[in-house]
Design a protein around this ligand. Structure first.
Ligand code: CAA
Length: 273
């Protein structure tokens, strides 16, 4: 998602540095940025000059230090609390003390992540984007216990400048989006496991009957089955209700390495890219 956030920022006139420990991941992001912009030019949605300008605003780095003059930072690492806390400590040590430390977490407590930076917790906020970031209109904005009103106002202003609608939610596991979306996806796995219908029919029913843009099982593959599983585990642990425990069929696919689009096989199979 970091790649989509960086691209959206660059298209909105913001200079963005994408940071990743993996150089191959950065190479892939760079190629995908160029391809997305070229596609928009081909379709006549933007001018070549706009694409060139967006590309010139993007750069890539394997070290946070290379971006230390930044005015804003959005952490978008995998959903692992300890990893994210380590990154937050590094962000605190790297960036100026007026920089907002945002996280794109999809379910982890903002208050918990903010505890990693102690006195700077007032600058920590959830800035939850949705995939595909350039298309989806929402940024869910989540205040932690210590997040200041100034940090919140600045976050709403930045999301708006990126062409998004910022909507507030409180700091409970999964916030609103994943508190509602993930149990629905999990239930689709139960419907499949219990033989209520085949996956393609479950999706077709939700597509045609509920006007979903993609069925819940197709969406699970798109998000990543491991991500769906991890979010359900956060809901289960934090809200203490067994109804959030991931469906055995979902767990089994993750154990088998069937993670969805990114592995070429999840609920459905995908041609190699
Ligand atoms: N990047 C940029 N643009 C993209 C894109 C991408 N990855 N994927 C599709 N698009 C664009 C297409 O170019 C197309 O643009 P035009 O209309 O200008 O031609 C437009 O989106 C529609 O695409 P398609 O015609 O190919 O296909 P579609 O109509 O089925 O739309 C979709 C694709 C936008 C992904 C749509 O199926 C959809 O909205 N799906 C649901 C997505 C969703 O629910 N996302 C949230 C997931 S949850 C999450 O992200 C957060 C979390 O915490 C887990």
């Amino acid at each position: 998602m970091g790649s989509g956030i960086a691209l959206t920022a660059a298209q909105s006139g913001i200079t963005a540095v994408q940071i990743d420990v993996s150089q191959p991941a950065l190479d892939k992001a760079k190629a995908s940025h160029a391809k997305s912009l070229a596609r928009l030019v081909e379709k006549g949605k933007i001018q070549q000059a706009d694409a060139d300008a967006a590309l010139s605003r993007l750069s890539y780095a394997t070290s946070m230090g290379d971006a230390k003059a930044s005015d804003w930072v959005v952490e978008a690492a995998t959903e692992n609390v300890e990893l994210k806390k380590k990154i937050f400590k590094e962000m605190q040590a790297t960036f100026r003390d007026d920089v907002v430390l945002a996280t794109n977490t999809s379910s982890i407590s903002i208050t918990d992540l903010a505890s990693a930076v102690g006195k700077d917790a007032s600058r920590v906020i959830g800035m939850h984007f949705f995939n595909p970031v350039p298309i989806m209109k929402l940024v869910e904005v989540i205040k932690g216990l210590a997040t200041s009103d100034e940090t919140t106002a600045r976050t709403i202003a930045l999301a708006t400048a990126m062409g998004k609608t910022a909507v507030p939610a409180n700091d409970r596991a999964g916030f609103v989006s994943n508190r509602v979306l993930m149990p629905m996806i999990n239930e689709a796995f139960y419907a499949w496991m219990e033989g209520v219908a085949e996956p393609k029919d479950i999706d077709q029913i939700m597509l045609l009957g509920c006007n979903f843009p993609m069925g819940p099982l197709r969406l699970a593959d798109f998000i990543g089955l491991d991500v769906c599983h991890d979010i359900m585990m956060v809901l289960y642990r934090e809200l203490g209700n067994p109804k959030f425990f991931p469906c055995p069929r979902l767990r089994q696919l993750v154990q088998a390495g069937r993670l969805g689009d990114k592995s070429g096989h999840g609920v459905f199979q995908y041609p190699a890219k």
